[in-house]
Design a protein around this ligand. Structure first.
Ligand SMILES: Cc1cc2nc3c(=O)[nH]c(=O)nc-3n(C[C@H](O)[C@H](O)[C@H](O)COP(=O)(O)OP(=O)(O)OC[C@H]3O[C@@H](n4cnc5c(N)ncnc54)[C@H](O)[C@@H]3O)c2cc1C
Length: 434
């Protein structure tokens, strides 16, 4: 039988966190291999809000200035609550750096400095087993081929095979239908550089300015439109026509542009029924169909699992949503994954230096022990941070979608005050230099 291909560091998943981790390692002079199941870079979800903590990471990775050129600073949260004839408004200044990036720009900026050959597309990991000859793992691809990894980092998001190997429970879901997309204004728009958050009827709508010509929107719908579930499967649909067939972990199936337009039509009709402002209806109606993305669930790992979960087995670990999926409630999932990348690369680089310092004659097992310890350090550093973010997002989600009793509501608000949620304390975090 042919020998399995072997690599030092393998990263599963070429999303925000996987690419940031590969780039961070590359900046430290360490090679890795990213395995991505899609046939090309994927960037589902149109826009992504990146707060100051995420920008600090992008600076460490050397991609902040080019990305700042692509998106204006958002200076105001503009909250509007429309109930029948009454409309209340509040404008709160954003005191830290917040920009809404086109996910595609972010993904491409992270990928472009990763050397050719370090990202392998069309490579879906189906299973992970322990490697009896090392502290690492053996990966089995969907096509049956295998690969050995001395260090394995699972960055493959919510349906993580690596997280399963580590013994973590599957992520939990909250049913919630969200349509996202971009609208292009060829002659410019007249909106402020703001994050508009509008409640009207049972809709929660967001509009974020990206440039003078581009706007990102999301619409949280009361219920998903019926009759557009491909394969009759319930669950979220992620738009990416270039993905390989989903046959392994009951993952969400893709939804076609035709179905996305149907979702948009249903949303438009319902928005008209609740007398949503015409300006918002126009944005949704004129949106670019190719940019549309629709999910029917939010994924999260409860905070207690983040606090107590096992994130390491030998030299195998997880980062990004695979470790701490937290839903969109505080807009920190992506930035937290960026922070993971810097902390993990820093810890691994220190271990590689120590191992190199021990000399060529040092046994391989000593090197592996040093790398294992470095991964332990990474987890110790990240756990309190991501536990607090997960807790804040969980509580915010409970307030927004679960209609808690008055007592629970009071307790939730008290915890959010302690966490400094209103002043975005989480965005002031600095995960340090690479
Ligand atoms: C509606 C919504 C709005 C959001 N808004 C924000 C926001 O404003 N700001 C913010 O910071 N966060 C936001 N988030 C969260 C953010 O999108 C995620 O936290 C972030 O995308 C996670 O990045 P990741 O790289 O860990 O995982 P992913 O982005 O899920 O990337 C995983 C990658 O792994 C690949 N993959 C999966 N399985 C396999 C496999 N078996 N083998 C090989 N490859 C595999 C996938 O194709 C994908 O490319 C939002 C989330 C939602 C749902």
């Amino acid at each position: 039988m042919a020998e399995a291909e072997a690599h030092s560091i393998v990263i599963v998943g070429g999303g925000i966190c996987g690419l940031a981790t590969a780039l961070a390692l590359h900046r430290k002079g360490i090679a890795s291999l990213v395995l991505e199941k899609s046939r090309s870079l994927r960037a589902d979800g149109a826009g992504i809000g990146v707060h100051a903590n995420g920008w600090r990471v992008l600076e460490q990775l050397g991609v902040a200035s080019e990305l700042r050129e692509t998106a204006h600073l958002i200076t105001v949260y503009h909250d509007v609550w429309q109930q029948g004839d009454r409309t209340s408004r509040e404008k709160v200044p954003v005191r830290t750096e917040l920009r809404c990036l086109n996910r595609k720009d972010l993904i491409e900026a992270l990928a472009k400095d990763i050397p050719a050959g370090m990202i392998r597309f069309g490579c879906r990991i189906a299973a992970i087993d322990a490697d009896p000859s090392s502290h690492g793992a053996v990966l089995t691809m969907a096509d049956g081929t295998t690969m050995k990894a001395k260090v394995l980092i699972g960055c493959e998001g919510t349906y993580s095979v690596v997280a399963k190997y580590l013994g973590l429970s599957p992520v939990r879901t909250i049913p919630r239908a969200v349509l996202r997309g971009f609208t292009w204004f060829p002659h410019g728009h007249s909106f402020e550089n703001e994050f508009l958050r509008l409640r009207v009827g049972d809709f929660f709508i967001g509009r974020l300015t990206i440039t003078d010509n581009l706007v990102h929107f999301f619409i949280t719908m009361p219920k998903p439109p019926t009759g557009i579930h491909p394969h009759g499967q319930p669950g979220p649909f992620l738009r990416n026509n270039e993905c390989l067939p989903d046959d392994v972990m009951n993952e969400p199936a893709d939804v076609s542009t035709k179905d996305l337009k149907k979702v948009r039509d249903v949303a438009l009709k319902e928005m008209q029924d609740v007398e949503c402002p015409a300006e918002i209806i126009d944005i949704v109606r004129d949106s670019d169909p190719e940019s549309l993305n629709f999910v029917t669930e939010f994924w999260y790992r409860p905070p207690w699992e983040v606090i107590f979960g096992s994130f390491q087995k030998g030299t195998v670990t997880v980062a990004g949503d695979a470790m701490h999926a937290m839903g969109p409630f505080i807009g920190q999932g992506g930035s937290a994954g960026l922070e993971d990348a810097v902390v993990l690369a820093r810890s691994l680089a220190r271990a590689v230096d120590d191992a190199d310092g021990a000399g060529k004659d040092a046994p391989a097992s000593a090197r592996e022990t040093m790398i294992g310890k470095a991964i332990g350090e990474y987890i110790r550093e990240r756990r309190p941070r991501v536990a607090l973010l997960s807790l804040e997002s969980f509580i915010m989600g409970a307030l927004l979608v679960r209609s808690p009793s008055p007592v629970t509501k009071l307790a939730c608000v008290a915890v959010l005050i302690l966490l400094g949620s209103k002043s975005l304390r989480h965005a002031y975090y600095d995960c340090g230099r690479l």
